[in-house]
Design a protein around this ligand. Structure first.
Ligand code: LRH
Ligand code: MN
Ligand code: MN
Length: 430
């Protein structure tokens, strides 16, 4: 591949200077794990096979509804976003796919976009529709809802947009459509809570009917925002009921930030898997609500517990187990590339720690109701520093041993500051 953004020689010399120390740490961890009956090479090969998609919108500097503070060299279109996602992938080697959002990423020629991504070492993941914003020149407004609007013309427009997203996704080589709607209410009595769900099911069924056989429709629930009294697909209950009604190609997507505070998300994961409806994840972290903070920055233990359920699910697949993993963050105060690198590492670390759980010991303790030993089986895995496994897997795949160090040394953002046009100020959700 010649179109890669960073110099392969630079990665090689970066790694050469760190390889000996890494080998030392890796060997030491390998000995520690082998005393626990675990083979570090087997674990490393699982990381090598692991991947998580990055969102095209995550490459831009996010904002809040109050303000957006762009950074120099920020990408201004899908082409530049792909370049930045390629930097992330080149350094960390576990983010080979980009999840696009339409119409934000609209272009004339999707075949050409697919080739452009391919030359950068990237493919496309789930396509995301957007019926939570009005676009210039749009015939109908989503101000009173989209798939659930009382006005049929609005619902028809929202359905048609989703079907167009499927068509674009086909051209990009995608195999899933993620549907999140902002529909809901701000006042008690504003809408009939049952009738709006009926309208959702009717609209969603029309989209489902347009889905190719090999595709999945991922229903993303969210408790609140932008609607602050009720949301139509507010929780995993509404989501799984809708997915069941739609059919086997419909599954539920869990965005970690879309729940009530303190909700037991790992249990939701286990429930969805139990009924074959665990479709995918949007990884991020939060302290208060849908904060879209960097994954694992607030509650890495919860992320580990989610992956603990995923490893259990992998060992015990029901109706197939193939969740789509993706990062969904808003980078308001960091360089988005650095946040995505750091988050990809946090996600892989949670996965590896979950792999390190002594499942036999855990299951035995559970069967014997030995609470402390069951907990310790998790605790022991969680406190292991798995950094050497991640770095070794990365380096062997051609990535950087220290991703952030190399990213800063490469001066990518400085270079792009010279080349790219400046982003205007303003407010924005992403
Ligand atoms: C909604 C959401 C959804 C959107 C994205 C921009 O809060 O998580 O996934 O598509 O943010
Ligand atoms: Mn999301
Ligand atoms: Mn969200």
């Amino acid at each position: 591949m010649t179109g890669l953004p960073l110099s392969i020689d630079q990665i090689e010399s970066h790694n050469a200077a760190r390889r000996e120390a890494l080998q030392d740490d890796y060997d030491s961890l390998g000995r520690q794990l082998s005393r626990r009956g675990q083979d570090i090479e087997t674990i490393k090969s699982k990381v090598a096979a692991f991947s998580v998609a990055v969102p095209s919108w995550g490459a831009g500097r996010g904002g809040t509804r109050f303000a957006k503070f762009p950074i120099p060299g920020e990408p201004t279109n899908i082409h530049e976003k792909l370049e930045d996602c390629a930097v992330v992938q080149q350094l960390c080697r576990i983010t080979p796919r980009v999840s696009p959002h339409f119409p934000w990423d609209r272009v004339e020629d999707y075949q050409a976009l697919k080739e452009e991504a391919g030359a950068l070492g990237l493919g496309f993941d789930a396509v995301n529709s957007n019926t939570f914003q009005d676009q210039p020149g749009q015939a109908q407004s989503y101000r009173s809802g989209s798939l659930t609007a009382t006005d049929k013309a609005v619902r028809d427009q929202a359905v048609a947009h989703n079907i167009e997203c499927i068509e674009i996704g086909r051209q990009l080589g995608s195999r899933a459509l993620t549907v999140w709607i902002g529909d809901g209410t701000n006042f008690p009595g504003q809408q009939d809570l049952s009738a709006s769900l009926d309208r959702y099911l009717d609209s969603a069924a029309q989209i489902y009917a347009a889905l190719p056989d090999s595709w999945r429709m991922l229903l993303e629930h969210k408790m609140f925002e932008p609607a602050f009294y009720s949301t139509v697909i507010s929780d995993w209950g509404s989501s799984i009921l809708a997915a069941n009604e739609l059919g086997p190609k419909a599954q539920c997507l869990v965005d970690l930030g879309h729940h009530a505070p303190n909700v037991n998300i790992e249990q939701i994961v286990a429930r969805l898997h139990r009924f074959g409806k665990l479709g995918g994840f949007h990884f991020n972290d939060s302290k208060y609500g849908d904060d879209d903070l960097d994954t694992g920055s607030i509650n890495p233990h919860q992320l580990f517990l989610v992956f603990n359920e995923l490893v259990e699910a992998e060992r015990n697949p029901r109706d197939g187990f193939n969740p789509a993993y993706m990062i969904d963050q808003s980078h308001n105060v960091t360089d988005p590339i650095e946040s995505m690198l750091s988050s990809a590492e946090a996600i892989a670390a949670a996965y590896v720690k979950a792999l390190l759980v002594d499942r036999e010991a855990l299951h035995e303790a559970q069967a014997a109701n030995d609470v402390m030993m069951a907990f310790q089986a998790l605790r022991r895995a969680y406190r292991t520093d798995v950094t050497p496994i991640l770095a070794m897997a990365r380096a062997e795949a051609g990535g950087a041993i220290d991703v952030l160090d190399l990213y800063r040394d490469a001066g990518w953002r400085e270079r792009k500051t010279q080349e790219r046009k400046a982003v205007g100020l303003g407010a924005g959700i992403v």
